[in-house]
Design a protein around this ligand. Sequence first.
Ligand SMILES: [Zn+2]
Length: 300
Amino acid sequence: MLKIAFAPIYKYELPKGHRFPMEKYELIPQQLLHEGIVSENQFFHPSRLLIEDILLTHTEEYWNKLRDNDLSAKEIRKIGFPVRPELIERGRYISQGTIECVNYALENGISMNIAGGTHHAFADRGEGFCIFNDFAIAANYYLNLKVLKKILIIDLDVHQGNGTAKIFENDRRVFTFSMHGEKNYPLRKEFSNLDIGLKDKITDNEYLEILKFTLPKIIIDFKPDFVMYLAGVDVLATDKLGRLNLTKIGCKERDRIVFETCKNNQIPVSVSMGGGYSERIADIIDAHVNTFRVAQEVWY
Ligand SMILES: [Zn+2]
């Protein structure tokens, strides 16, 4: 059964006027139930991430600053949200959601988090709406336990997974693969194990050809025992920040390529949602819901 991490704390009340589409964290589960793609018993509430597990990835200095409300104005500006204790709490539940997703994926082949994919968080700082790096936290958790030995992170959000790339820069147990808009944020890119910088306005066919060509090669060469997939939907042509030209069908096909490649190679996958900033919230929800739909089609 496809298990999905979700808790009401995922939706955080932003100050009026903030343009981040926070409501998606409530609307995605509603839509999944409404369409009958999943049922109520497939959702699970993650518990709260332990501090010792934060510190496997993030520095003590950064955690202390978060805990003591001691970030500078500049550091808060980089994150892009007003950093209140509730937001930090939220981040702990979401990251723990990814940890618990990995466990479910090991049992069932796949598991998904309604939020997460906070790939712009570095060990010592947050940025781009990201405080904790959920993939790094979950990866380090299982590597530390020696449950996983080789993890492939497939980051197909339109923005480079700069925090993740930097965290695992010298860690041979994790292969970071990021396909992103070359001219998009972050302007200064980090080095993933494999970066593919895409030109603006790239279309479905060109995009999917690159993915179909590249992903199987990475899997043959690296031989991961686990995949973490960041399925951001800011690759859509309708996205305000994306700069690419993918349709919803193309975006769904992208997810299918990832899932079928993993399933055919018997590699379990945990998925986090990542970004999505289309003008119409319905476009964002539709595209995210498609990821769940394809997961159900491929595995069940
Ligand atoms: Zn993004």
